[in-house]
Design a protein around this ligand. Structure first.
Ligand SMILES: O=C(O)CCC(=O)C(=O)O
Length: 227
């Protein structure tokens, strides 16, 4: 069977190539690699372990600040990482919980596979297709300049959409087609510089998805010394 030449777009496909380099024809600053990091059996085990061992934020940390109002986030969230680091997202500053073995195992596998090390992870849990994340870019000020973000997914396959900053909403200045991926169980999406400068990303609602999904974005956050 020949590897698919186009970006992987079906979780149901029998063949997902090891790595797909996502590069639209014109250079629009999208630099991403996508592929499976874990086989199905290992991914199943990791998913179960994450379900048992990850403790999500509660209370105030489950709200976010958008256009002057506080809203409950439409998913569960938590951060783990090296002590002393903080990360601000939509008006909320998160302090990470200390690393646990299952997260270190995933982090080590990414390092082995990509050569990149990470000191922080943001975990999002979507209980079903009603849970989602709106269009955003990841806050560059807190990330080590030009560092990549490694996004690992487990559980239900979900659509993930990149939209170029010049083609958003009523004030769009260009017509650039959004790029839609389906992030499969056990997959890794490496988002490399300058993707996060030019492209917003989102995980829209998908009412027909009934199963949960866990996404982990491993990041290199600046230490106090670097800020
Ligand atoms: O769940 C996902 O795939 C996206 C998560 C995300 O957008 C983020 O962590 O910034």
């Amino acid at each position: 069977e020949q590897p698919s030449p186009s970006p992987p777009s079906t979780c149901g496909s029998t063949h997902i190539p090891d790595v797909t380099h996502l590069r639209p024809g014109e250079d629009l600053g999208l630099r991403c690699d996508y592929g499976l990091l874990f086989g199905a059996a290992e991914a199943d085990g990791l998913f179960r372990q994450l379900e048992d061992e990850v403790e999500y934020f509660e209370g105030e940390l489950t709200k976010l600040h958008v256009f002057g109002k506080w809203h409950s986030i439409p998913r569960k969230q938590v951060t783990y990482g090296d002590p002393e680091l903080t990360y601000t997202y939509s008006g909320v500053t998160f302090s990470p919980k200390p690393w646990i073995p299952v997260l270190n195992r995933i982090r080590d596998r990414i390092a082995l596979h990509t050569g990149h090390t990470f000191n922080f992870v943001l975990i999002n849990r979507y209980k079903d297709g009603c849970d989602h994340i709106g269009e955003h870019r990841d806050d560059e000020r807190e990330l080590v300049p030009r560092s990549p973000i490694a996004s690992v997914s487990f559980g239900a396959c979900r659509d993930f959409i990149f939209r170029h900053c010049d083609s958003r909403g009523k004030n769009a200045t260009r017509h650039i087609k959004p790029i839609k991926l389906q992030l499969a169980h056990g997959s890794l999406l490496m988002m490399k510089y300058p993707t996060n400068v030019y492209w917003y990303h989102s995980l829209p609602t998908r009412k027909r998805v009934l199963a949960p999904r866990i996404n982990l974005t491993f990041r290199k956050v600046m230490t106090l010394a670097g800020k």
